[in-house]
Design a binder for this molecule. Structure first.
Ligand code: NDP
Length: 310
């Protein structure tokens, strides 16, 4: 019998306990799943970084932590974590991110705002949109989410570039990697989508210098993390017209304070960290698979490199 502790907000337990039990049963795992268990008896923790558990050292027989979120920046910093950590890669989460990115890209690509906010009697027949094949989009981060978004945008016909740490190959996407590839991936790009994790290496990756590589009137779409953007540089570039608009889903401080300038900036759209979330039915399959693998001596899927921070 293995003991699995579910450590997340109370409403999550209501959403997850049914799907988790179903998937664990399907794997034939002999388990006890609960919100409270004696610390020394816990084998696995299904973990949301906003749970009250901050000290993993009390779980003396812990085998692994299975994160419910794709982002692990708050967990990797926890020095009490001494066991393998898996981040969440979930097809429901990925599908949600593809849809969110596609929607916000299309808003800017088609110039939809001009008409939504332009119901004033002016016949703007000069505003026929470009074709996707005439538009260059760069995705920073080609992981579980970035690669799928790049693929989706490429299938529609956009000229898609992507950037990652290590070399990648994705059909119809010009892939760049490493520090040297960053400028090439951004040069002349009209829309940039940020799907990098928050690490010391990615902090302020969008700054005055990297913004200068972009096309004039470029669009920045950030569903990644707030730390990816140097806010002062962004505001300056919006004010001087280098950047036409920024759509931001994630922030250094969340919830974004009600008096934050971003809320009232005419060239910024704020969405409240809703780009996509882990879906209980599909995420439970991933968690059950990972527990089953680990019990059989196989490595976890989507194991985080604690040193790299993602
Ligand atoms: P992955 O870990 O699968 O992918 C991360 C990508 O970033 C990889 O391609 C990686 O390169 C690249 N990368 C990391 N560090 C660097 C670096 N220093 N230089 C260049 N490339 C780098 O993450 P996911 O795709 O699953 O998720 C991405 C992020 O999206 C999450 O970390 C989270 O912050 C955010 N997110 C936001 C949500 C929202 O609702 N707003 C929902 C879910 C996630 P390589 O492939 O070479 O390792």
């Amino acid at each position: 019998m293995i003991n699995i502790l579910f450590a997340a907000a109370t409403e999550r337990w209501d959403q997850y306990q049914g799907p988790l039990k179903k998937e664990l049963d399907l794997k034939g795992i002999d388990y006890k799943l609960a919100k409270k268990l004696p610390a020394s008896e816990v084998d696995y923790i299904i973990y949301a970084p906003n749970s009250s558990i901050k000290d993993f050292s009390v779980f003396t027989n812990l085998k692994a932590v299975l994160n419910l979120w794709a982002g692990v920046e708050d967990v990797v910093k926890n020095k009490t974590l001494k066991v393998p950590l898996a981040r969440m890669v979930d097809k429901g989460l990925t599908q949600g991110m593809k849809e969110w990115v596609l929607g916000h890209v299309m808003r800017h690509h088609l110039g939809i705002d001009l008409h939504i906010f332009g119901q004033d009697g002016q016949w703007r027949d000069w505003s026929t949109p470009l074709l996707a094949s005439e538009r260059t989009i760069t995705i920073l981060g080609l992981g579980a989410l970035g690669a799928e978004c790049a693929n989706t945008l490429a299938k529609i016909g956009f000229k898609v570039r992507g950037w990652s740490l290590t070399k990648k190959s994705i059909d119809n996407v010009a892939c760049y990697h490493g520090f040297d590839g960053l400028e090439k991936s951004l040069f002349g790009s009209e829309i940039v989508v940020l799907l990098l994790p928050s690490t010391t290496d990615t902090e302020n990756i969008i700054n005055q210098k990297t913004i200068s590589f972009l096309s004039k009137n470029a669009i920045i779409i950030n569903p990644g993390r707030g730390t990816l953007i140097d806010e002062k540089a962004l505001l300056k570039s919006l004010d001087d017209g280098k950047i036409a608009h920024a759509t931001l889903d994630v922030f250094r401080q969340e919830p974004l304070p009600a008096d934050h300038l971003f809320w009232r900036h005419a060239k910024i759209t704020v969405t409240p960290h809703i780009a996509s979330e882990t879906k209980p039915s599909t995420a439970s399959q991933v968690i059950a698979t990972n527990i089953d693998r680990f019990e059989k001596g196989k490595p976890l899927l989507y194991q985080v490199n604690l040193d790299a921070g993602y």
